[in-house]
Ligand binder design. Structure first.
Ligand code: FES
Length: 362
């Protein structure tokens, strides 16, 4: 039996001291052992160098506002990098330089704000422990006054109002930081050109040969119809892709999958009978859901699978959607052969490639 037990009034909780005989304590009783670990309290307070040396405090202040100014420089640097390293030609090197310098500027801006804020808090703001006693939340006048007092104290101790250089440089850094983000919006559409028209047309045109895609901006050899055996699939780009001003942009629109089926398995609409050549068909590789590359071809079923959200298209029936979130078939590229037996386009696609957003513009 416990030597001492004390009822805790209204809620009925019981605190029992002295651990022996604990098995006799009623279930649900909180038991505190007499040799429980004592609250060690807070360690003795140690003053920082900036608390005792005004010169060091001044130096810390200089460091903080210098960091905020560095942040501003980083933000402006990102904007300048956007202007002086444009991606106009679409060359890979240009894109790399553009993203690297814009990214470095933005990283510097954010990093300097972060380091500056941490240094401000650690080296300059008042350093003392305080105990905030818990109390019921209430929004009476007294509480509001004490909240206002906390803000006033925080302002006084952080020096937010007093240290105008630090405060203003921080405000400047925070204002400057989003500017590169706004500048980047400019890259969403080329100047003086209608983005809708740009996306509507590809490089395919009458007589353009179909060539192997060798990755990146590299174009492989043109493909002869005799090289395409039944069951095979080729990743294809226009042979003249290298002549484009924005190679990767043009490739992203014009990329095509070429497959050959047994002609008896093709279920072609009468008006599209001459869009294929001897069982060889070409379809846009850009998924009509949200634009992922539809690159998985299942030879036996003639199904194309988009790995992003599992849309499936039936190549034997004009790439109609048979499963998944895509809403329209993959656009077909009309093809034929030229005098030398090379596969060539008859024209551009007859409808825009890519996500079904285009349906709304029809
Ligand atoms: S992008 Fe192809 S299914 Fe979503």
């Amino acid at each position: 039996m416990a030597e001492e037990a004390k009822s805790n009034g209204s809620d009925g909780a019981v605190v029992a001291a002295q651990g022996h005989g604990m098995s006799e304590v009623a279930a649900g009783t909180a038991v505190i052992s007499s040799d429980a670990v004592q609250n060690p309290g807070l360690p003795p307070h140690r003053k920082r160098v900036t608390d005792i040396d005004p010169k060091r405090e001044k130096r810390a202040e200089r460091t903080v506002y210098t960091l905020f100014y560095i942040s501003i420089a980083g933000s402006l640097g990102a904007v300048l990098a956007y202007m002086f390293f444009p991606m106009e030609s679409g060359e890979l090197l240009e894109i790399r330089l553009h993203t690297m310098f814009v990214g470095l500027g933005m990283a510097l801006a954010l990093l300097a704000i972060g380091i500056g804020a941490v240094h401000w808090g650690k080296a300059i703001m008042a350093d003392h422990e305080s105990i905030d006693v818990r109390h019921p939340v209430a929004s009476d006048a007294e509480t509001r006054e004490s909240a206002a007092e906390v803000f006033r104290l925080a302002d006084e101790e952080s020096g937010f109002s007093r240290r105008s250089l630090v405060r203003n440089s921080l405000i400047g850094a925070l204002i400057a930081f989003p500017i590169p983000g706004i500048t980047l919006l400019r890259g969403l559409a080329p100047q003086d050109q209608d983005p809708v028209e740009l996306l509507r047309h590809t490089m395919w045109d009458k007589g353009v040969r179909l060539a192997r895609d060798h990755g990146g901006s590299a174009v492989g050899p043109a493909i002869k119809a005799s090289e395409v055996t039944i069951g095979s699939a080729f990743h294809v780009v226009p042979e003249n892709l290298g002549e484009a001003g924005h190679v990767l942009d043009e490739k992203a629109k014009a990329i095509v999958l070429l497959m050959r089926l047994d002609q008896s398995e093709l279920k072609e609409l009468p008006e599209r009978k001459d869009w294929s050549y001897d069982g060889i068909v070409a379809y846009s590789k850009v998924c009509t859901h949200v634009g992922c590359p539809v690159a998985l071809y299942e030879q036996h079923t003639h199904h194309l699978l988009c790995p992003c959200h599992q849309s499936q298209f039936d190549v034997s029936e004009h790439a109609k959607v048979i499963f998944g979130p895509a809403k329209r078939p993959l656009p077909q590229l009309p093809i034929t052969v030229d005098d030398e037996g090379y596969l060539v386009a008859q024209s551009d696609f007859h409808e825009p490639v890519g996500p079904s957003y285009w349906e709304r513009l029809k």
